[in-house]
Design a protein around this ligand. Structure first.
Ligand code: SF4
Length: 343
């Protein structure tokens, strides 16, 4: 098998705070193959964004410490110098953030900002950079791009600004794009357009994508594989079809049950009770046990490890429940969610 594009091994990231050490990522391992779309899903504070900021080397080193390995084409980014990381960011790995207004400079025209990013990473004239900026605006579907290139960010809608951020990420045809909640701030119609655009970009440019989201619906639309994170750890992972057809972890069941759908006869959305735990002092054993309807005495004492689950050999979950109970509950949930759905 060829070398993965990204191979994250036993990643741990801690932050020093006035109240103590926050273990924001605690022993996370995963791989991304070239051209693959990996969805990382979980509630706020589950560690999904910190995982990706660590991969990009974007945590504040005054407060954050990371151990483990982040191998990008075999090179450990945790050991890379700041200048090497700056070269990799933008050239080979690009990031799309949730709120484009925090990434775009409000006092500069869109074209100038894109052209500056082109010049930063390429030996080209300003005229060539401007031409590349225009080409990218067209590629991400900005209508009348020749005119809009001279607009300021505030003259663009939220969806159009997010398209500009995607154009910015594509400047150097990166091999890996990390999209952190790229559609959260958008209405549902624009969200669908941006997801379709990301899918097309991934097809056209062949980039691998890590899609960070709290929304399993976004993952279902875009991802090949899914990682479900809870309280800084991976609790379930596998191919998207297997996760949706045979979910094996009670937390994943909660996320699936809380998905709004128009094609079911559910009267109320499910809500996972309680709040995610503080990572200053997480619960013993399974970190989900204070919120889990299936918790048993062993769950408070023993930390479940990732084990094979379901019928797909790539599917794993970390839960003490026996396989028969997991299979029964998953079948009930999938049947309930698909009842009334068009076949
Ligand atoms: Fe629930 Fe126990 Fe499984 Fe944790 S290990 S998800 S508490 S049943």
């Amino acid at each position: 098998m060829s070398e993965p594009l990204l191979d994250v091994r036993d990643l741990r990231t801690e932050f020093k705070t006035d109240d103590g050490i926050v273990k924001a990522v605690d022993g996370v391992s995963f791989k991304v193959e070239p051209g693959q779309v990996l969805g990382i899903v979980g509630e706020s504070g589950s560690g999904k964004s910190v995982t990706c900021l660590t991969v990009m080397g974007l945590n504040d080193s005054k407060f954050a410490t990371s151990t483990g390995e982040v191998l990008f084409r075999g090179e450990d980014l945790l050991k890379a110098s700041s200048s090497r990381l700056r070269t990799i960011r933008g050239d080979e790995i690009a990031m799309i953030f949730q709120d484009p207004m925090t990434s775009l400079n409000p006092v500069h025209k869109i074209g100038r900002q894109l052209a500056e990013a082109v010049v930063l990473h390429n030996d080209v004239s300003s005229k060539q950079a401007y031409a590349r900026a225009l080409e990218l605006l067209k590629a991400v579907g900005i209508p009348r791009a020749e005119r809009r290139i001279d607009d300021y960010p505030h003259q663009f809608s939220g969806g159009m600004r997010q398209r500009v951020m995607i154009a910015m990420a594509l400047i150097n045809n990166p091999d890996l794009i990390i999209a952190d909640e790229p559609t959260t701030a958008l209405d549902v119609t624009t969200q669908a357009q941006i997801l379709a655009l990301l899918k097309r970009i991934q097809d056209d440019f062949g980039s691998a994508v890590i899609m960070i989201t709290h929304d399993l619906g976004v993952v279902a639309e875009t991802a090949d594989d899914v990682i479900v994170m809870y309280a800084a750890r991976i609790v379930e992972r596998g191919p998207v079809r297997s996760i949706f057809n045979e979910p094996r972890h009670p937390y994943t069941w909660g996320l699936m049950g809380s998905l709004p759908r128009l094609d079911t006869n559910l009267e109320r959305l499910y809500q996972i009770p309680g709040q995610p735990p503080s990572l200053l002092n997480p619960p013993s054993g399974c970190r989900f046990h204070p919120r889990c309807a299936f918790a048993m005495p062993i769950c408070r004492q023993q930390d479940p490890q990732l084990m094979p689950a379901g019928s797909d050999t790539l599917h794993e979950q970390a839960c003490h429940l026996d396989e028969a109970t997991k299979a029964r509950e998953a079948t009930k949930l999938v049947a309930m969610l698909t009842a009334g759905a068009p076949s």
